[in-house]
Design a protein around this ligand. Structure first.
Ligand code: ZN
Length: 262
């Protein structure tokens, strides 16, 4: 299995990080992709990449929740790192309308400027898209609009932690992006049981978003990478496919997105 989204550098893992990773590897996780948040998360992320070469891969980008007054400084850090070395993806980037709408204009600007970086370095992107609480402001649809407006046909990536509706899922597939499926698939009210039967396995990748969004039966607790297997098993159940087939296909989808071989 390939874990396409986990914040394993998070301080919630400071006490038992290596044991947590050992559990994940023992369960068959072959790679872990780490999304960046802002300048403060880079050192911990890169240290893990060094400790687990060819297994832990770092992304580079500014998370929309970290787009505030100092967004120019954050973007400059990202640009410098991309100039210096290779990353697996640009991420995580996007729009978050959930907590507040103060910096929406800046979030959109930072998203578009990171799409330009994706083009410049020919890298896929990892998208964070979260609606406002009343769903009045739809982050998925706005991201799709901005991607279309940007207009680079080769742009590709993942809508991480997909939790939208079927129409949104189909729109993501139409622009050739993948859906990152995580713990939400195991939630009773998550809606994935009615959506995933209509979406082909070739459009899905696995993720946990650890330490957030733990799957059932660990919902509300700290999430960790070993639970990726629960996500894969739930997808298999919803789609009435073999677990092995889900693992094989999502692995292939992830690897071909970033140009790695299995
Ligand atoms: Zn994340």
């Amino acid at each position: 299995m390939i874990e396409t989204h986990a914040h394993i550098y998070d301080e919630q893992f400071d006490e038992d990080r290596d044991a947590m990773l050992k559990r994940a590897f023992a369960a068959g996780v072959k790679q872990i992709w780490m999304p960046n948040c802002d300048h403060e998360t880079i050192d911990g992320m890169l240290a893990l990449e060094q400790q687990y070469p060819n297994v832990c891969h770092a992304m580079m980008g500014v998370h929309p929740c970290y787009v505030k007054e100092k967004f120019e400084e954050e973007l400059a850090v990202v640009e410098q790192w991309l100039e210096r070395r290779k990353f697996i993806m640009i991420g995580e980037i996007g729009l978050d309308f959930y907590w507040d709408l103060t910096f929406v204009a800046q979030q959109e600007e930072v998203f578009l400027r990171q799409l330009a970086l994706a083009k410049k370095y020919n890298l896929p992107i990892c998208i964070h898209s979260r609606n406002s609480k009343n769903n009045e402001h739809n982050a998925i649809l706005r991201c799709i609009e901005l991607i279309k407006q940007f207009g680079w046909e080769d742009l590709r990536g993942i809508f991480h932690c997909f939790s939208g509706n079927l129409e949104e899922a189909q729109k993501i597939v139409e622009i050739n992006f993948l859906l990152g499926i995580g713990g939400v698939a195991t939630f009773k009210n998550g809606g994935m049981d009615t959506i995933l039967p209509h979406i082909d396995l070739k459009h899905l990748v696995l993720e946990t978003d650890s330490p957030y969004l733990a799957p059932v039966p660990y919902r509300g607790k700290r999430n960790e990478v070993v639970y990726l297997e629960l996500v894969a098993r739930r997808i298999a159940e919803i789609k009435a496919r073999d677990f092995e087939e889900v693992v094989q296909q999502t692995t292939q989808n992830a690897l071909s997105l970033v140009g790695l071989k299995s």
